[in-house]
Design a protein around this ligand. Structure first.
Ligand code: PLP
Length: 426
């Protein structure tokens, strides 16, 4: 199965017969098996063995080392907001790298200043921005802001995911990920997600912050009941605690709004971003408002790469493109089309379709998500088995209606195929 079998829905330039896909794509002419073998020899086992080596991408499509094309509804785990190789990102990175690549925080460059101004404008409030290199780091900065209030206790949600560095891991509500690393920096209580009464009971006058995702992404795309974020705002304000919204997965247009909480009119004290912000380049951001904006003072935090001009230029290109091409509206339309197509007509394996915008969870009637992911890949689709019984979809915000329709047709066939497969074949 090579590119033409799967590439017909591509954006034109990306679905050619792939003359550049194999040898020139990975720089060595290696096939899938060879790249996997090399990976196994030299890479840490932290990620296990990735099942598919990818060598190039264009728009919503990627190609493996044997030039097979896939419609990419993983998007680098909700990262590739503009898809692969978007010309605006390529141009911004190329121009900035040729002009000024890195200065460190001993000096000032314009791209991080412009990006901070822009993010605050999109937030609609004055504040201050700390740039990090990942989502976990953005949350580490939020953790430190919390400690700098002078209070120590923190509250987060069971099942929530905030990253794997030690502070972020302490907030992550998944004990299997925490267990090998205890003791973690502490005094964190975890409460059931979506339960305002439990949150109210956990927050005290000693609580520094409450950190929540507007939609729990890694936990299987869980949408809280309406009013939950409002309740969290009211509860934290009453206790003098900071409300930190982790918009690392939901921010930058993923749900059809710049920030998911804007849809509900909730204003947090701290908002963390990463993933889609860099359009494929590594960047995180911690936005702080009100008194929280003054807590990071000289010497309290930092990173050599904070505000790197090249990644900031990429992020500005992402924001420009979302704004100039009306992508927020487009995400709402494409997300609706995708969710409707997944539910109608009903498929016996689909129990529920949930999410917001282009962050979609397909809850399955059986714990066979790995099997569905495998069947989808065989059908030329990349999807993510985020839980035993949930498939997560996070295509580029630029995905076309034709690509959504191609996805729906193939995914339905993949669901049927997975249903017929023996569990051991997964
Ligand atoms: N917070 C949320 C909501 C996430 O989804 C993730 C990553 O999946 C993180 C934090 C951690 O981000 P990173 O993997 O860039 O450290």
């Amino acid at each position: 199965m090579n590119t033409p079998a799967h590439g017909t829905g591509s954006n034109g330039s990306g679905n050619g017969t792939g003359s550049s896909g194999n040898g020139s794509g990975n720089g060595s002419g290696s096939g899938n098996a060879e790249l996997t073998r090399r990976w196994q020899e030299v890479m840490t086992q932290a990620f296990g063995t990735p099942r598919l080596p990818l060598v190039r991408g264009r728009g919503s499509w990627v190609w493996d080392a044997e030039n097979t094309g896939y419609l990419d509804f993983v998007g680098g785990i909700a990262v590739n907001a503009l898809g692969h190789a978007h010309p605006a990102v390529v141009r911004a990175v190329t121009e900035q790298a040729a002009l000024l690549g890195h200065v460190s925080n001993l000096f000032t460059a314009e791209p991080p200043v412009r990006l901070a101004e822009r993010l605050l404008r999109l937030s609609g409030r004055p504040g201050r921005v700390y740039f990090a290199n990942s989502g976990a780091e953005a949350n580490e900065a939020a953790f430190k802001i919390g400690r700098l209030t002078g209070r120590r206790h923190m509250v987060a949600a069971a099942g929530g995911f905030h990253g794997r560095t030690m502070g972020a891991l302490a907030l992550t509500g998944q004990s299997a990920k925490q267990q090998p690393f205890r003791p973690l920096p502490g005094e964190v209580s975890h409460v059931p997600y979506g339960d305002a009464a439990a949150l109210r009971a956990a927050v005290t006058q000693d609580t520094a912050l409450v950190m929540l995702e507007p939609v729990q992404g890694e936990n299987g795309v869980i949408v809280p009941p309406p009013g939950y974020l409002h309740a969290a705002r009211e509860i934290t304000a009453a206790a003098g605690a900071l409300l930190v919204l982790d918009e690392i997965q939901t921010g930058i247009g993923r749900t059809g709004h710049w920030f998911a909480a804007q849809a509900e009119g909730v204003e947090a004290d701290v908002v963390t971003l990463a993933k889609g912000l860099g359009g494929g380049l590594p960047i995180g951001a911690t936005l702080a408002f009100g008194p929280a904006a003054g807590l990071l003072t000289p010497g309290t935090h930092g990173s050599t790469f904070s505000g790197n001009p090249v990644v900031c230029a990429a992020a500005l290109a992402v924001l420009d493109t979302i704004e100039e091409t009306g992508l927020l509206e487009r995400v709402r339309a494409a997300g609706g089309r995708l969710r409707r197509g997944l539910t109608r007509p009903p498929h016996p394996l689909v129990r529920e379709v949930r999410g917001a915008g282009l962050l979609v969870g397909v809850a399955l009637a059986a714990p066979c998500a790995a099997r569905v992911q495998r069947a989808a890949q065989d059908a030329g689709l990349l999807v993510n088995a985020v839980a035993a019984d949930v498939i997560r979809l996070a295509p580029p915000l630029t995905v076309s209606d034709a690509e959504v329709d191609t996805f729906l047709e193939r995914f339905r066939a993949a669901l049927s195929s997975a249903r017929g497969r023996q569990p051991q074949a997964a």
